[in-house]
Design a protein around this ligand. Sequence first.
Ligand code: BDP
Length: 604
Amino acid sequence: MLYPITTDSRTVLNLDGTWKFMIDHETTPIDPGKPLPTETVMAVPASFNDQTADAEVREHSGFFWYQRHFTIPKTLKDQRLVLRFGSATHEAWVYLNGEEITHHKGGFTPFEVEINDHLIDGDNLLAVRLSNILDFTTLPVGNYSEEKDADGHTVRKVDENFDFYNYAGLNRPIKIYSTPRAHIDDITVVPNVDLKKGTADVHLEVKTGGEKFDEIRTTILDESGQSVAEATGADAHALISNVHLWQPLKAYLYTAKVVGVTNGEIVDVYEEPFGVRTVEVKAGKFLINGQPFYFKGFGKHEDTYVNGKGLNEAVNVLDINLMKKMGANSFRTSHYPYSDEMIRLCDREGIVVIEETPAVGLMLSFTFNVSEVTKDGYQDDTWEKLKTAEAHKQVIREMIDRDKNHACVVMWSIANEAANYSQGAHEYFEPLFKEARKLDPQKRPLTYVAIMWTSPKSDKCTDLVDVIALNRYYGWYIDNGDLKISEQKTRDELKEWQAKYPDKPIMYTEYGADTMPGLHSNYDEPWSEEYQEDYYRMNSKVFDEIPNFVGEQLWNFADFQTKFGINRVQGNKKGIFTRGREPKAVVRYLSKRWNSIPDFGYKK
Ligand code: BDP
């Protein structure tokens, strides 16, 4: 799916701002063709939850409405007009002038709809009914229940089966963009690089809509806007010589300028930026442009004060600047695809991204009894009870469709901490991995991120992944406060993985310790800033001993909001930065370490 941009033939109208907002108590029917009976407003893009001073609104589970007016300028009326939601979390029914025009389920991917046939002259009324319900059919997975109150009204409840706050609403930008009737619908860019010759054969596939063009022409522009290659046709090749590679932290972006021509006239123009790089897993290494790459970075969240999970571009820019200052080079979009804007920014900034689906919470028996789970033939009820396969397939399709051309995305993570140690896991995951491999035109490596009790013995699906990605909390959830025994366990386990799978790279995609900023201890106790630093020092030491260990992405970049609970103090405190992006003491240690580790060739 193309990102909406303005070109010689296209215009973008921005529908962000303040919209009317209303909780749907399901007591009286709402007419989406009439003004919402409310004076409440919410800013878009942003989650609604932290914009309100009303606890009931903040914690509402169920349905709610957004509404606004817009006018289309006369000059655009003969154009094809498309309404695009960057996301609507988690399910949306969209009404234009009272009529339902589209529906979408899945809160972290965009969707769009042509609106020409539903527009009226002058003022148009756009209403969106949303639901933030999560259950055993959705991603993420929620424990859903409902009961009747004293008046017989339905009270809905979602208990997150995952560790982040269920922020909802119109979290990402909403736009109307115009294209000519005959238009470019999608572009797929696959650069095939010859590293020795320094050339790239760029395979371009262009999908069109409306009346066919006489001709499709593509010009590849370099960063100074000079043409470096040309091609014609909907399925074409352009050869770039002396190619400038996209490198981690040294991004270089070409632009594929695609035009549709009819009767000798240019009808539609689209400009797709893309980087040229290779990604490959080989002999236990993760190669970018043929060189063994070492991941230094983070698991993150889209999570900021007030905006919740709403797009916050200033924070995105700051986060990347903080990463660079620390010598980091990468992050994982835990636990859902991030905004278009963030992925485009990472392309520009050279930040390496592992992009994850919203498949989190696919585990119904949560236990810290590792030995129980590791027993032969262990089975819990996850794969019987969950009905997420359809949603999972859909989101893999939508995520790859949106981000297939991005050089920054070097690997897809199909799930976070699923019950892949339980019987039934392989049957569940195999078709999903097949689907992802089939759909990705750039054939990126695939992984899933494995929870603590997924051991080399218990994991039923390691054959499916290209990279072994582990979330480990020795010294925190297990052997809390005892870094000596944790060091031993970390070492023993990593050695076991290394021995059993000598050809698969291994990395940590989570490890961390909750830390209250400003809390100090003469005894290096857990929750203190001293303990967080000792914890990371211990892990670093072991990582450096394991030959196929190709990366450390800690948990978490910053403190983030979660549901209430006895294990959380206004959220998860494993950030190495606070939620407001102030550093905890450990940032100095990690900056020193990462600035001294090269991006390439650290593990020979
Ligand atoms: C892992 C999850 C992550 C949690 C983290 C934690 O992948 O979402 O926030 O642990 O407990 O289980 O801090």
